[in-house]
Ligand binder design. Structure first.
Ligand code: SF4
Length: 564
């Protein structure tokens, strides 16, 4: 030690630099931090919002009161204690535990489901192999691909919860904030970086927003869940118009008052379960602006979203109350600057999706390389298939595995001369790279085998329906059939060509599983449309022949759209 301060010269040098760094920032008066107050580092944003509700005499919903009483991220010891005692959380703690991505799904299953976060839906073979091991040792021996290009492990015992969370961290993955009132998995174009027709690679943007969320505690205080997506403008869609905020890459040519190039349109308010697509805001953003703009918008939603009524707590309802102009003005104030606008009509229209682009062999933008889209029956893979896919990706590709919002996956970077070997390996795993037009577009939520809200066994019945239709019909065009277990619409039945919403059907003394049948849904550049109900609740026993008749009638009477 030396000197009056008691610090060594090295320590003094360090401290001097440290303080002079602070001083320099203070003197300059510039920089991002000086433009506005630094964002709160705790969960003050949502506490402030709750305070305002209470000060106005409002009543917080039970979930808000729970978040107020207990910080969900201070529950590690509780999760450990529960595991040691072999018990699951009770009451409102079931909700709070979802902040860790752990869903206690009783009574459907007396176990946890763990939902991950996989930005842009892309993981590597090492992670897939590790998840297969976790599925075998800690869960039910399988994983489900979700409609947010994500993975879920199911049938996790009470004692296994901490090991699952730690295992994910070991693999460089996390489930933090994948449930409850949080920003869900950030989706991006599954062919990002390999699509010959993409305008921009969405991977850096998805990763940037993902890590921004993980590192800002105040972004975990939403009134309700929030979905965000980036569409790179290529061959496979990401259903960005079904998200709370969707960014769509567009090209702007010369002559529109902005530098020609690739920008993003920003769309807001998508929530198909409430019959709304995201709508264009008029904003034209440089790629580097998307994440800060998304964060500013999320902060406004945290401050002003409804905390007194869960049914009105999604962003759509704030937008309905305020209108886009006020919401964007508030977001610009939060951001500290105005954002440029350009009418959508001034942008080059997005190319059409390839509706079968997520199945089969497709050439990449990299000469001599290909990706293969593999159909997973309603999104489920056994641990053996997970390991096989990991081996395939590693030995024949670059080790990259890409999940899609259609509950399927792609293996990328396969050289031309290895395609035959890849096809054989996929077939040997009991999977298909050339799924029928029916099976490739079959989407199903978890259903009654794993979700307490479900009125029907969606995944199981989707397979029965696919078997029935495939045995009897040859379709020459893709069709999407979406089966969803309840009004939460996780499988987005309103955007299916055929959308099936589960319902109990009264049969005298008995209530049997069935579905309300909708037709005519669509999303993205193919044409947004909310499917309309065509048949009331119909018992599942009667459904396969009914859908078959509908498709036969369609094939017999369809018109080419160019006829009009
Ligand atoms: Fe569960 Fe309903 Fe979502 Fe299906 S749609 S997974 S039943 S909450």
């Amino acid at each position: 030690m030396s000197g009056e301060s008691g610090f060594t010269p090295e320590q003094q040098q360090y401290l001097q630099g440290f303080f002079s760094g602070l001083a320099a920032r203070g003197q300059s008066g510039g920089g991002q931090a000086a433009m506005r107050e630094a964002p709160p580092s705790s969960h003050a944003l949502h506490l402030d919002a709750q305070d305002r509700v209470l000060a106005a005499g409002g009543k917080l919903v039970a979930e808000e009161t729970a978040k107020r009483k207990k910080d969900p991220f201070q529950m590690w010891d509780e999760i450990q204690d529960n595991a040691d005692a072999g018990r699951f959380p009770k009451g409102i703690d079931v909700f709070l535990t979802k902040f860790h991505g752990l869903f206690y799904v009783a009574p459907a299953q007396d176990s946890y489901m763990c939902r991950l976060r996989i930005p842009n839906g892309i993981l590597n073979s090492f992670q897939m192999r590790g998840l297969a091991d976790m599925a075998d040792t800690l869960a039910g021996g399988y994983a489900d691909v979700t409609t947010r290009a994500n993975l879920q492990l199911r049938e996790i015992g009470a004692a296994q919860a901490p090991a699952v969370l730690m295992g994910l961290a070991d693999l460089g993955l996390t489930s933090r904030g994948s449930g409850a009132d949080n920003i869900r998995n950030i989706t991006g174009s599954p062919t990002a970086g390999i699509d010959p027709h993409e305008l921009i690679d969405t991977r850096p943007l998805c990763r940037a927003l993902h890590h921004t969320i993980l590192n800002h505690r105040e972004l975990y205080g939403l009134p309700r869940k929030f979905n965000a997506a980036f569409d790179g403008g290529g061959d496979i869609g990401v259903l960005e118009d079904t998200n709370d905020v969707g960014f769509v890459a567009v090209r702007v040519d010369a002559g529109h008052g902005v530098e020609p190039g690739v920008y993003f349109r920003c769309e807001l308010g998508g929530i198909t379960g409430h019959l709304d697509f995201a709508r264009d805001t008029g904003l034209l953003l440089r790629p580097g602006d998307c994440v800060p703009v998304a964060v500013a918008m999320i902060r406004i939603f945290i401050k002003h979203g409804d905390r007194t009524d869960r049914r009105r707590a999604r962003l759509k309802y704030l937008l309905d109350d305020w209108g886009f102009d006020r919401f964007i003005a508030e977001s610009e104030a939060e951001l500290g600057r105005a954002l440029p606008r350009l009418p959508r009509a001034a942008c080059v229209p997005r190319r059409a999706w390839s509706r079968q682009g997520h199945i089969g062999v497709h050439a990449q933008k990299q000469t001599g390389l290909n990706y293969i889209g593999i159909a997973l029956p309603v999104g489920r893979m056994t641990s053996r298939q997970m390991r096989g896919l990991a081996d395939l990706a590693q030995s024949l590709g670059s080790g990259t595995i890409r999940l899609t919002v259609w509950q399927n996956l792609l293996i990328s970077d396969i050289p031309d001369d290895k395609i035959a070997a890849a096809k054989a390996a996929i077939t040997a795993l009991g999977l298909q790279w050339h799924a029928s037009a029916i099976r490739a577009g079959m989407v199903a939520c978890t259903g009654s085998t794993g979700c307490k809200f479900a009125a029907s066994n969606t995944k199981g019945q989707a397979m029965v329906l696919a078997d029935h239709l495939e045995a009897r019909l040859q379709l020459d065009q893709p069709i999407n059939i979406h089966l969803t277990g309840c009004h939460h619409s996780c499988a987005q039945h309103y955007i299916g060509d055929i959308g099936l919403l589960a319902a109990k059907v009264d049969r005298g003394d008995d209530a049997v599983e069935g579905y309300v049948v909708h037709v005519g849904g669509g999303a993205g550049p193919d044409g947004q449309a909310m499917a309309r109900e065509i048949y009331p609740a119909t018992a599942f026993d009667d459904l396969p022949p009914l859908i078959e008749r509908m498709l036969r009638a369609y094939l017999a009477h369809r018109r080419d759209s160019t006829e009009d």
